[in-house]
Design a protein around this ligand. Structure first.
Ligand SMILES: NC(=O)c1ccc[n+]([C@@H]2O[C@H](COP(=O)([O-])OP(=O)(O)OC[C@H]3O[C@@H](n4cnc5c(N)ncnc54)[C@H](O)[C@@H]3O)[C@@H](O)[C@H]2O)c1
Length: 257
């Protein structure tokens, strides 16, 4: 068992699928209690039901102030306090060239990935600061926060913003509150299925060829599983690494920026 997670009250956003769902499962297996928050209530409810009494489901759109605040309130209502907030929800948009600009997609991706991360951090910090006994904030960022990829400018810029947010918060929060980002490379989720299609289309190839190329570029020659990313998230949120603060920790199977 990882140290320091037993009985902790932790919000995970984007919990209805992929990395967020796996992180909820892992945190509860380590003794924590979770608010599984997602814009898709049915998906969040399914995960919470599967996990059992240590999970509650919440419909929340993290790109709105009310949605971010509701995540914190749900933790306090269900478990009496907030110990950590995993701002994981994110959207990828569609791969395309900057010259083929799509304002609606820009607004969506920045709304969730940047405004959502910012609003969730703000809501969580108000609560953690008023409690006065530390806590954790973890963003799911991406290797895209540290490097560029053709046809992925909007998503990449949004994750670079999360990198900046972590660096500022590290110097802004009270001692005892740790703020970090987890930066996966390629993870086997719906998001990669979608990107295989749209990056393939942008590059004039099909999804299977695109995936094979991505896997070949990873030194470990495969995508990460969601459980591998969840394990890292739980480790960062635990008391095993109390001096890790202000970091963007890459989990790329050997891929480095
Ligand atoms: N899959 C990858 O290869 C990969 C790599 C690097 C980083 N990431 C990041 O990991 C995080 C999770 O991605 P995933 O691969 O699990 O994706 P996913 O699409 O499988 O799951 C994302 C979840 O977020 C929810 N969501 C979307 N918009 C929301 C909103 N406004 N409010 C609340 N919930 C919302 C969705 O309903 C979904 O359940 C994202 O931030 C993503 O950018 C993923």
């Amino acid at each position: 068992m990882l140290k320091g997670l037993t009985g902790k009250s932790i919000v995970v956003t984007g919990a209805g699928a992929g990395i967020g769902a796996a992180t909820c499962r892992r945190l509860v297996a380590e003794g924590a209690q979770v608010v599984a928050a997602d814009i898709d209530l049915a998906a969040a409810e399914a995960i919470a039901k599967e996990i059992g009494s240590n999970a509650v489901a919440l419909r929340a759109d993290v790109s709105t102030p009310d949605g971010a605040a509701a995540c914190v309130s749900a933790a306090v209502d269900a478990f009496g306090r907030l110990d950590a907030f995993h701002a994981n929800a994110g959207v990828e948009g569609r791969a395309h060239l900057v010259s083929d600009f799509d304002l609606a997609m820009y607004e969506l991706v920045f709304g969730v990935n940047v405004r959502g991360a910012f609003l969730c951090a703000s809501a969580a910090l108000r609560r953690l600061t008023s409690q006065g006994d530390g806590g954790g904030i973890l963003f799911t960022s991406s290797l895209a926060s540290l490097q560029g990829t053709p046809s992925m400018a909007i998503y990449t810029a949004s994750k670079h913003a999360v990198h900046g947010l972590v660096r500022c918060l590290a110097r802004e929060v009270s001692p005892g509150i740790r703020v970090n980002a987890l930066a996966p490379g390629v993870v086997d989720t719906r998001m990669m299925r979608s990107l295989e299609q749209s990056m393939g289309a942008a590059g004039g190839t099909d999804a299977a060829t695109l995936r094979a190329g991505l896997e070949a570029a990873v030194p470990m020659r495969r995508y990460a599983s969601v459980d591998e990313i969840a394990a890292t998230a739980a480790w960062i949120l635990s008391d095993e690494v109390p001096y890790v603060h202000g970091e963007t920790i890459t989990v790329g199977g050997g891929l480095t920026p």
